[in-house]
Write a protein that binds this ligand. Sequence first.
Ligand SMILES: C[S@@+](CC[C@H](N)C(=O)[O-])C[C@H]1O[C@@H](n2cnc3c(N)ncnc32)[C@H](O)[C@@H]1O
Length: 219
Amino acid sequence: MSDGRRVGATEAFVLANTALIAPPHVPEIRLHLADEAHELWHLTEEQLQEKGLPPPFWAFAWAGGQGLSRYVLDNPHIVHGKRVLDFAAGSGLVGIAAAQAGARSVLCADIDPFCGPAVALNAAENAVDVGFTGDDVVGTDDGWEVVLAGDVFYDRAFADLLIPWFTGLAGRGASVLVGDPGRAYLPKARLTQLAEYQVPVTRALEDADVKRTRVWRYT
Ligand SMILES: C[S@@+](CC[C@H](N)C(=O)[O-])C[C@H]1O[C@@H](n2cnc3c(N)ncnc32)[C@H](O)[C@@H]1O
């Protein structure tokens, strides 16, 4: 941090365990992300658990988020002048892209306590203003005009919660857009494809170098 303000313990953890990296599919955005030079990268799930740390989703730019961010930046009318929710924000990548594309307001939501500081640091790095909530917003409706969800259909129980919520939001007229690299619980029957990308990813996470990633409109 160059402004000399006191950093909290979680913010300090984010800074100590990440490097500033541009996600390959969204090179105009720089994020504090895990890399091989830092310990966090090398910790197994068991070692994280022993340290009382949740899996650091916030420290990676997931394929779904990269694809959705690319789509928002290349199609700014989707969010321009609108109130946007970046649901399951992680690093805040998608919300930052929405802010760059001219959203009226952006709220990033994620229940991982590391995400608030990570999103704040990443938003500051990209000189955009985004809000954050650590509340569980699933099932709620604050009148968002656009709901963006990058890489959320990786877990059955989570998908079971999201499907009725997204259906309700889309049904009352919100634009609900999903970025997804073929996760197991993607509800394809409810989706219309908007774009397809080949997104470079981290082999250690995905067991692949590139993931075919699609952006969908939830209907
Ligand atoms: C695979 S990551 C995707 C992060 C980001 N959207 C991206 O694409 O890079 C999934 C995220 O969902 C978040 N998550 C899980 N359950 C959630 C809930 N009930 N509300 C908000 N976020 C949640 C996790 O904390 C994690 O940050």
